[in-house]
Design a protein around this ligand. Sequence first.
Ligand code: ADP
Ligand code: MG
Length: 373
Amino acid sequence: MREAASWLAPGRVNLIGEHTDYNDGFVLPLAIEYGCRATVSPGPDGLLRFVSAQESDPVEIRIPALQPERMTGWAAYPAGVLWALGPDLPGLTVTVDSDVPLGAGLSSSAALTCSVAGAANDLLELGLSPRELVAVARKAENGFVGAPTGGMDQLISMLGEAGSVLFCDMRSLEVRPVRFDLDADELALLVVDSRAPHQHADGEYAARRRSCERAAHVLGVRALRDVSLSGLDEALEKLARDSEGEELVKRARHIVTENARVNDVVALLESGRVREIGPLLTASHASMRDDFEITVPEVDVLVESLLSAGAYGARMTGGGFGGCVIALLDADAVPAATQAAANAAAARGFTAPRAFVTSPAAGAHALDGPDAG
Ligand code: ADP
Ligand code: MG
C-alpha cells in the first residue's frame, strides 16, 4: 500500500432546480472554488481514526463497530464512506481540512465524503470509477449518517467541470456540462451566505419529501418529474381533492414549474443568452418562498436587496431554512450589491451576511506531488 493518498473535492452552489433531485427531476449545480482536502493513510491496526482541522478532537473507532446510524457527530461522514467501501478494511487514518463553510448550504458534507471516497479508493487500490465514487459518497450520507439527501451534492462535487454548470437528470443520473462563461459577458455570480441559524431544517426537509411522495402517489405517477407543465392544471385539480390538498397543490406546483425552469435555463445558456436566465432565477425564489415554503426572512431580504441593487436575478440556493442566496449581476455591480445586502440585513437586525463571487470550478480530483500531504 502507498504511504498516503490525497484528494480535493469542492462544495457547490445550485444555479437552479431546488428539491427537484429527490423527485427524479432536473438540477443545474456548479462546483465552487472552496473544497475539502482529504488524506487517507494506513494504520493504526484495527482502528479507524478521523482528524479534522475544523474539529478540536480526533475520533477513533474499532473497525467492527462501524455500523450504520450509530455514530453521531462529524466523523460519521468519513466513517460512512469507509463503511460503504468495506468490508475488509485495514486500519486507516483520515485527515481532512475544508474551507467550505459548514452547514451553510454549500455542501461541505459532499466535499467531505467525496474527497475521502477518492483518497480511500486510491490508497486501497479499489479501482472505482468517479460514478461509483458518487454512489459511495451518497451511500455514506443516506445509509450511514442517515441524512436523506437527494443525490445532487455528491454528483456535482465529483463530476463538476471548470467553466460549466452540470445539467443533471436525477432519474437516469445522466449529466451534461453546459457552458456558463460569466467572464465573457462581464457577469458575476455572487453568493451571499445569510448565516441564518438552520432551524428545523431536517424535519422540514423530511416533510417536503413526504408531501412530494404523497402527491406523486395521488397522481398515480412514479415521481413528480412525470407531471409535465402542460398537465399541471389537471394534476393540481386532482390534488386539491385530497385531504392534504392545499399543501400538496403548492408543493407539486413548485416541483413541476421548477423542473421546467431548469430546462429553460439550460436552453438559454446553450444559446448564449446568459442575462436572460435572471427572471427564471427570481421566479424560482418566489416559488420556493410561496409554494414550497422553505425560505426564511433572512434570505428573502437578501434576494430583494440584490434585485434592488440591479441583479438580473436572485434566489436562495440549497435546501432552505437559511443558507445562501445567489445573484447574477454585472461584474462591476458586485461591490454595490454586496453593500446593499449587508445594509438590508443590518436594517432588519439579522446577522451580517458573508459574500463571495464564484464561477464553476473543477470537480473532485487526486492531489499529488508535494501537495499530497
Ligand atoms: P452542508 O453540506 O450544506 O454544509 P450538512 O449539514 O449537510 O451541511 O453538512 C455539514 C456537516 O458536515 C457538519 O456539521 C459536519 O458534521 C460535517 N463536516 C463537513 N465538513 C467538515 C470538516 N471539514 N470537518 C468536520 N466536519 C465536517
Ligand atoms: Mg450537506
